[in-house]
Design a protein around this ligand. Sequence first.
Ligand SMILES: NC(=O)c1ccc[n+]([C@@H]2O[C@H](COP(=O)([O-])OP(=O)(O)OC[C@H]3O[C@@H](n4cnc5c(N)ncnc54)[C@H](O)[C@@H]3O)[C@@H](O)[C@H]2O)c1
Length: 265
Amino acid sequence: MQTNPWGTIRFTDKVALITGGASGIGRATANRLAAEGAHVIIADNNAEMARTTVAKIEETGGKATYIEVDLADDESVTAAAQTVAEKFSALHVLVNNAAILRSGKIEDGAWIPNWEPETAIGLRGWVLITQHLLPLMKKEGAAIVNLSSEGGFLGRPGQWIYDAIKAGLVSLTKTMAQEFVEYGIRVNAIAPGWIVTEMHFGKATDPDAQKKALEELTISSCIMKRLAKPEEVAAAIAFLLSDDASYITGQTLHVDGGRWGMSVG
Ligand SMILES: NC(=O)c1ccc[n+]([C@@H]2O[C@H](COP(=O)([O-])OP(=O)(O)OC[C@H]3O[C@@H](n4cnc5c(N)ncnc54)[C@H](O)[C@@H]3O)[C@@H](O)[C@H]2O)c1
């Protein structure tokens, strides 16, 4: 088994699929679940990053598999779910996590080209992959975590699609919790605040410098005044997925350092 600095081993013999597991919060979650004994499936459309994540988990003694999926493409989602069913007899954990962030104000119409990709990946694709994986999750019971966002509770200028999707995921989580309870499946959401991931520094001219700047940034509208590391979100995700959260379903846990607004600095 992989070296586990956290001490807890809650996912022995469990199979866990993480969409967007190649980067950021998804990668930190894959690392955490693998360290706690799970066989993690990295379901992502970035083969290079996914293979690197799998290799690092395997190097430290964990179990990981890459399955290619483009959540915006129905056929790709169907094929990925089929591959999972061919390789594994049951699925115990699903983390719906892969998303993209685009900007555009309502007034100037800059959001229009973003509507299809953002909703196709971050909302429709999540429901579709959950639907296709449901037969495998019904076999032995499961736990699902959907990644919402504080943005869904704030409603920020220039990010209405992303924030509306994230608000919608809170409702979707409650629907899933009620529809799946009879199969022994719990469903919860996490609403992270501002987390230092590739989503915010990956496309910068100098990603390392941008990452450092974010790590040192002060946020005035947050009790803890700082951004979080992806591992701090992964810890909360792992909790909700584990039997430690056996009486929690349909809920949204805010992992945001006590954020109440949008001001930075
Ligand atoms: N980083 C933050 O500040 C923050 C805050 C709140 C919520 N979130 C949410 O957490 C989740 C993870 O965010 P992150 O910051 O780790 O992002 P990230 O950009 O670091 O990682 C996203 C992952 O999704 C994959 N992906 C993108 N499009 C895909 C597609 N079409 N099909 C399959 N995989 C695809 C990417 O390859 C990548 O591995 C997202 O749902 C995001 O909205 C992030």
